[in-house]
Design a protein around this ligand. Structure first.
Ligand SMILES: [Zn+2]
Ligand SMILES: [Zn+2]
Length: 98
């Protein structure tokens, strides 16, 4: 009897899990503009182009933050990462001393 149930379970799991997963991918996918976000630049974006940290898409010429007047605060981001590593180091120390 047990050999029969192990045979049926994988199939059951597959039928339940696949539809919601694929739907989720389509719904949460951000809309990618077809052209560069830089004003005056109408260059088409490649499929391989990815969004900048500020959330905008740019062509290869405007991809670097300096080229598109990037409003993402890289210094703040760095500070946040630094703070996170620092706090995790402190917690690690606290645990170590206990
Ligand atoms: Zn551009
Ligand atoms: Zn940017």
């Amino acid at each position: 009897m047990s050999s029969l149930s192990t045979l049926l379970h994988p199939v059951k799991n597959l039928r339940i899990e696949i539809p919601p997963l694929s739907e989720d991918i389509f719904e949460t996918k951000p809309v990618k503009p077809k052209r560069c976000c830089q004003e005056g630049c109408k260059k088409k974006l490649m499929l391989t182009d990815f969004a900048c940290k500020c959330g905008e898409y740019h062509c290869s010429a405007h991809r670097i933050p300096e080229a598109h007047n990037c409003h993402f605060d890289f210094k703040e981001d760095h500070k946040e990462v630094l703070l996170k590593t620092m706090s995790s180091a402190i917690t690690a120390k606290k645990i170590d001393s206990l």
